[in-house]
Design a protein around this ligand. Structure first.
Ligand SMILES: Cc1ncc(COP(=O)(O)O)c(C=O)c1O
Length: 425
């Protein structure tokens, strides 16, 4: 499969958009605009971000100055979307699938997802329990919007995908971190989880395989978590977007446990499994009464997910799956090389991630703080990666590398980091 050579270029164009807009604004319009103070809603001050995009921006600026950078910051597959899926999308566009569709998604796609989830999670799911949305992220946003109000508590993994914390804060709910422990292979301590659950807990977010650590929740972990929740009326948002990218062990969903189907919102999608990040398509599986409300949020925001994209989604699920296995084995090969390489570098120690496409080494023995080290590696060694603190306070002491890059570039990054540490540590 050919690698997606232009993916960073496309991202870069989006990131440059504010600058382009400034270029085309007449001086008169700009001057006028400054007469009016920008009065943002108070909640905007609570909105966080995903640092990966900022680091990419910085790396591109260095490239413009002539520096050579190895990009290990962005979390998206470096493969092109498989041909059969692209063809299905093009055929759909040509066939007139260019209009609004139902807010919850096209019936054919919802049915395909229901069958796939029933098979893979071992629980019967019907199409009215599926809501298709533009990416996995809207399921996070909509679940929080629907379930967490002012003062409600949301327990989320830390280090973890930063959007959980950001959106919880934004909505005025209380974000309660549950720490992931390196010595537990980045799983959580169930006793700690049990101690965090209160009468105000409305939602517990789980993510396995996990971004940024590559850790996974075992069958036993999931059973213990379910036991800690007991029969409390608490919903679980189970983010399973990396469930097809597993190297060691098996995927297990809390949705499969008795009594949890009606308390789980399963998040999955196409971005990572089928290298479809730019198509914007994901889905949530949940009880039908909640699906109705999440669908209302879709009607109020996006109207629907693009119809031709959804037609491509039907092909992704029902068509040939060999590309998924090809990507998975390629990521595994890179993981093995990159982790072994990091473990040879002074001050770095790295566990073997079991899924997803991230590597999360412990760098405490370098004596450097994560953010400072990530900045130095970018500016002085030409390797773009993320500080562990981009994923929450418990990410201090770690860096995150995305291995969505060629083996050649991964080896180049290892060599550069090694040289840099020899000079500076
Ligand atoms: C854990 C996790 N959940 C959700 C998403 C969102 O995926 P999408 O690009 O489909 O919105 C990501 C993307 O990086 C992720 O890492």
């Amino acid at each position: 499969m050919r690698r997606g050579a232009n993916r960073h270029a496309a991202l870069w164009i989006c990131l440059q958009w504010p600058q382009c807009r400034e270029d085309i604004m007449s001086p008169l319009t700009m001057e006028k605009a400054t007469h009016y103070e920008l009065r943002l809603a108070e909640r905007m001050s609570r909105l966080g971000t995903e640092t990966a995009f900022e680091v990419l921006n910085k790396a591109r600026a260095l490239e413009r100055q002539g520096k050579d950078i190895v990009h290990l910051e962005i979390g998206e597959p470096d493969f092109d979307t498989p041909k059969n899926i692209v063809e299905a999308g093009v055929t759909a566009m040509r066939g007139g699938w260019t209009h609004y569709g139902p807010s919850a998604g096209l019936p054919d796609l919802r049915q395909a997802i229901a069958e796939e989830v029933s098979r893979s999670r071992g629980v019967p799911v019907s199409s009215d329990e599926v809501v298709v949305v533009p990416g996995g992220k809207p399921i996070i946003f909509f679940s929080l919007l629907a379930l967490a109000g002012q003062g409600d508590e949301v327990i989320y993994p830390n280090p973890g995908f930063p959007i959980y914390e950001s959106m919880t804060h934004y909505l005025g709910a209380k974000a309660v971190p549950i720490r992931l422990h390196e010595d537990r292979d980045f799983s959580l301590d169930v006793d700690e989880l049990a101690a965090l659950i209160t009468d105000r807990t409305r939602l517990i977010i789980l993510n396995s395989p996990q971004n940024p650590t590559g850790g996974m929740l075992s069958r036993k972990d999931i059973r213990d978590i379910a036991e800690a929740i007991g029969d409390r009326n608490i919903m679980v948002l189970s983010d399973e977007i990396y469930c097809r990218l597993i190297f060691d062990g098996e995927h297990y969903s809390i949705m499969s446990l008795p009594g949890f189907k009606e308390r789980t919102i399963l998040l999955d999608g196409f971005s990572k499994t089928y290298a479809m990040t730019g198509w914007r398509m994901g889905y949530g599986v949940m009880r039908p009464d909640l699906a109705t409300h999440i669908t209302r949020l879709m009607t109020n925001s996006n109207s629907c997910t693009a119809s031709f994209t959804q037609m491509a989604g039907v092909e992704a699920i029902r068509g040939d799956q060999s590309s998924v296995e090809h990507m998975r084995t390629e990521f595994q090969r890179r993981r093995d090389v990159f982790v072994a390489g990091l473990n040879r570098i002074k001050g770095f120690s790295c566990r073997m991630p079991r899924g997803a496409f991230y590597v999360f080494p412990n760098i405490t023995r370098t004596g450097w703080q994560s953010k400072k080290l990530a900045d130095a590696l970018l500016e002085q060694a030409g390797v773009a990666c993320l500080s562990g603190t981009s994923f929450g306070a418990y990410g201090e002491g770690y860096l995150r590398f995305s291995i969505a890059n060629s083996l050649e570039n991964l080896n180049k990054a290892l060599e550069r980091i090694d040289q840099w540490t020899k000079k500076n540590l």
